[in-house]
Design a protein around this ligand. Structure first.
Ligand SMILES: [Zn+2]
Ligand SMILES: [Zn+2]
Length: 156
């Protein structure tokens, strides 16, 4: 092979190397671009996550608050209750103002501590779930001895 042949081969090799470098460079550029895009996406994702985390936290707090309010025994479960007995000195026929049925011997009744009005325990239980006052005299139903109820009451 003569000198010209070597030159051609050298030229080809150089061209090949140059092409390789260009490809590498382009590859690098692409990689950098891709990296930048990835970083941007990561940032956006992190922002989205932060937002979601914030929302999740807010939602969790709401749920925790609900749970905390629901955690304590229901108000009516803390009210004193007893089987109705005429012997307790009440009028011979007392009506439950919620269902308008008489309180009968042996039926479980609850008496509101504040006003001493008495109702069927189940009737009062259903009542205090939606209302916080006595069905007869509107006296606020307060159960002492439970922080949860006191807190819930303060917040209203
Ligand atoms: Zn009743
Ligand atoms: Zn009352």
């Amino acid at each position: 092979m003569d000198l010209a042949g070597y030159n051609v081969i050298f030229g080809l090799v150089m061209f090949f190397l140059a092409t390789l470098m260009v490809i590498c460079c382009m590859g690098n550029c692409e990689t950098e671009e891709e990296e930048e895009r990835n970083q941007r996406e990561a940032l956006e994702q992190r922002a989205a996550r932060a937002l979601t985390a914030h929302e999740a936290l807010a939602a969790r707090r709401a749920v925790e608050l609900q749970l905390k309010q629901a955690a304590g025994p229901p108000v009516h479960a803390q009210l004193p209750y007893f089987p109705y007995a005429e012997a307790q000195g009440w009028e011979s026929e007392m009506l439950c103002a919620i269902c308008l049925d008489p309180l009968r011997q042996g039926q479980l009744c609850s008496e509101l501590p504040a006003c001493r009005h008495a109702f069927h325990r189940d009737c009062l239980g259903a009542w205090v779930k939606s209302k916080g006052s006595c069905p007869l005299c509107r006296e606020t139903i307060v159960v002492l001895g439970s922080d949860d109820v006191a807190v819930a009451h303060d917040m209203v």
